[in-house]
Design a protein around this ligand. Structure first.
Ligand SMILES: NC(=O)c1ccc[n+]([C@@H]2O[C@H](COP(=O)([O-])OP(=O)(O)OC[C@H]3O[C@@H](n4cnc5c(N)ncnc54)[C@H](O)[C@@H]3O)[C@@H](O)[C@H]2O)c1
Length: 256
């Protein structure tokens, strides 16, 4: 049974792997499962990506890509296939958050969040989906959030909109890619602390306590312990009959 979770020899592209966040943890766990890694982030994260490559134990190829740029996304997939021969797994953990009231959010800010989170996901899924279809196999895992089908208590309208969109891009592409042997799912994390995205919670013990109490397990998600397992499930043969799903990894937040 444990072999079904093996990623031995699978070429895994992990995007957003360069900031000590969830992408880095997923890449490192994939390496432990035997995957061949291609790790990606913005060029500004070059030093962080080197650190991630170190955590992956050598052999990972390092790539820079702004996921909002169609040409860069296509070039990324070409580079990975040139280097590794194929692409079996795509995990998109690139994302940005904007905590701002709706009437203080500018159009540029709104479009930036949608551009990275939603358009970036769609561009990566399209580029990988085409190549995986040609291979006849592939596993795509997107990162949404516990707010995929609800909103939270703090004002983040652009973020909520982008992450709900990721859930439906996942379902839509699962339908189109299913006949070609490609599964598309997404994980919906609750609040994982600390990452760069949630670092501000360090100054807000009250908010950390509130978020913790909002879960059934009474704690925040631990990036080292709690994210990689469900992603390995969705990236491995163990999930061969799962597609189009939003898998909540939220300590029970969404089940109340
Ligand atoms: N940490 C949480 O509590 C949490 C909860 C729910 C969902 N998520 C989602 O999980 C994903 C990872 O979150 P994290 O906490 O590790 O965040 P993070 O900020 O630590 O990491 C996000 C990464 O995305 C990269 N990125 C941003 N814009 C990019 C672009 N245009 N092109 C390429 N890369 C870009 C950043 O450089 C960074 O390395 C995000 O999509 C986030 O929305 C996180």
């Amino acid at each position: 049974m444990s072999d079904r979770f093996s990623l031995a020899g699978k070429v895994a592209l992990v995007v957003g792997a360069g900031a000590g966040g969830l992408g880095e943890r997923i890449a490192a766990a994939f390496a432990e499962q035997g995957a061949v890694l291609a790790i990606v982030d913005r060029e500004a994260r070059a030093d962080d990506l080197d650190a991630t490559a170190g955590r992956c134990g050598g052999g990972a190829s390092v790539h820079f890509c702004d996921v909002t740029d169609e040409a860069q996304v296509e070039a990324l997939l070409d580079a990975v296939i040139t280097r590794h021969g194929r692409v079996d797994i795509l995990v998109n953990a690139a994302g940005v958050m904007l905590r701002k009231a709706y009437d203080e959010t500018t159009l540029d800010e709104f479009q930036r969040v949608i551009g990275v989170n939603l358009t970036g996901t769609w561009l990566l899924n399209r580029a990988a989906g085409r190549r995986m279809s040609a291979q006849g196999s592939g596993k795509i895992v997107n990162l949404s959030t516990v707010y995929a089908e609800r909103v939270g208590p703090v004002p983040e309208s652009a973020y909520y909109a982008s992450k709900a969109g990721i859930a439906n891009v996942t379902r839509a592409l699962a339908a189109e890619l299913g006949p070609h042997g490609v599964t598309v799912n997404c994980v919906a994390p609750g609040v994982f602390y600390p990452t760069q995205m949630t670092a501000a919670l360090g100054e807000s013990p009250d908010q950390r306590a509130w978020f913790s109490q909002r879960t059934m397990l009474g704690r925040l998600g631990d990036p080292d312990r709690d994210i990689a397992g469900p992603v390995i499930l969705l990236a491995s043969d163990a999930s061969a009959y799962m597609t189009g799903q939003v898998v909540y990894v939220d300590g029970g937040w969404s089940a109340w």
